[in-house]
Write a protein that binds this ligand. Structure first.
Ligand code: ZN
Length: 244
C-alpha cells in the first residue's frame, strides 16, 4: 500500500473490522511510513488511557521491587507489537468462534502472548509470569462494560475502564480492550470478572466486591464465579499463575 492511511482506516484497524488482506496492508504501511505511524500512535494514546494509568500506578511498585521481582503490570509500549497483536487476534478469534456460547450473546475472551506466540486462554488455564494478556469482549446488546480481577494474593485491579469511575460504553459489538497486562510472579489463581449492563456500574462497587472476595482466599477465588453486584450479566474466567 503506497497511499497513506485515513483516520477511518486506523479506527477500523483498531476495531479489527478490516478484512484480513487490508489489515496486513495497513500494518505493513504503518511499519514503513513515519507520518502514519505518528498518527496511529496519537490515536492509540487516546484509546489507551487504561494502559497509561496501569503504568502510572504500577511504576512506584516496580521501582521499589525492581531487584527482587521482575514485573507487576505493564503496558505494551511498541506500536509495532500492538499492530502485530491486532493482526493476529482476528484470525485466532475466527478459529475459536465455534466455541462461543449463544449466538448474539455476550462473550469474554482472553488471549495470551508468550514469546511471540498468541493463544486463546481457556478457563482454568495455567499461565506464567511474563505472559501478556489481552481481553476481547462481545457486548451481546449490553451497552456498558466494567472489567476487573482479583488474585490469590488479594490484589485487585480494574482494567476497563482503567482510572474510570464507572462502566464505559462499548462502541463496537466486539471490542478488543485497549492495553495489555503482563502477569506478575505471584502464584495462584486470578479471576477476571466482566460486568455487562444497560446502565453504568460504579467502579468502587466492583473494587469493594473484588477486595471482599480476595479476603476469602484462593479457594473462594477459584470457586466463586459471580459477584454480589447487580449487573445484567457477569462473565468470569480464571487463570492459574504457575511456574512452568
Ligand atoms: Zn503513510
Amino acid at each position: 500500500m503506497n497511499d497513506c492511511v485515513s483516520r477511518l482506516t486506523l479506527d477500523r484497524l483498531a476495531e479489527r473490522s478490516l478484512c484480513a488482506a487490508d489489515e496486513s496492508q495497513v500494518v505493513a504501511h504503518l511499519a514503513t511510513c513515519a507520518r502514519c505511524h505518528a498518527e496511529s500512535e496519537l490515536m492509540q494514546s487516546a484509546r489507551q488511557r487504561f494502559a497509561h494509568h496501569v503504568l502510572a500506578r504500577t511504576l512506584p511498585e516496580l521501582r521499589a521491587r525492581r531487584w527482587r521481582h521482575p514485573i507487576g503490570v505493564q503496558l505494551l509500549p511498541s506500536l509495532v507489537a500492538v499492530a502485530a497483536m491486532v493482526a493476529i487476534i482476528p484470525r485466532l478469534w475466527r478459529a475459536h468462534e465455534p466455541e462461543m456460547s449463544t449466538k448474539g450473546g455476550a462473550a469474554l475472551k482472553v488471549f495470551a502472548r508468550r514469546q511471540g506466540e498468541v493463544f486463546a486462554v481457556k478457563d482454568g488455564a495455567a499461565l506464567r509470569a511474563g505472559d501478556e494478556l489481552r481481553f476481547v469482549v462481545t457486548s451481546g446488546g449490553h451497552p456498558f462494560l466494567l472489567l476487573g480481577s482479583i488474585d490469590g494474593a488479594g490484589k485487585s485491579n480494574i482494567y476497563f475502564p482503567f482510572g474510570g469511575e464507572k462502566s464505559e460504553r462499548l462502541i463496537a459489538a466486539r471490542t478488543e480492550l485497549p492495553g495489555s497486562v503482563i502477569l506478575d510472579n505471584a502464584k495462584g489463581p486470578e479471576r477476571v470478572f466482566a460486568l455487562f449492563s444497560k446502565q453504568p456500574i460504579a467502579a468502587d462497587e466492583l473494587q469493594r466486591a473484588l477486595d471482599q472476595l480476595g479476603q476469602k482466599g484462593a479457594a473462594a477465588i477459584r470457586s466463586i464465579q459471580s459477584l454480589a453486584i447487580s449487573a445484567d450479566l457477569q462473565l468470569s474466567i480464571r487463570i492459574e499463575k504457575v511456574d512452568l
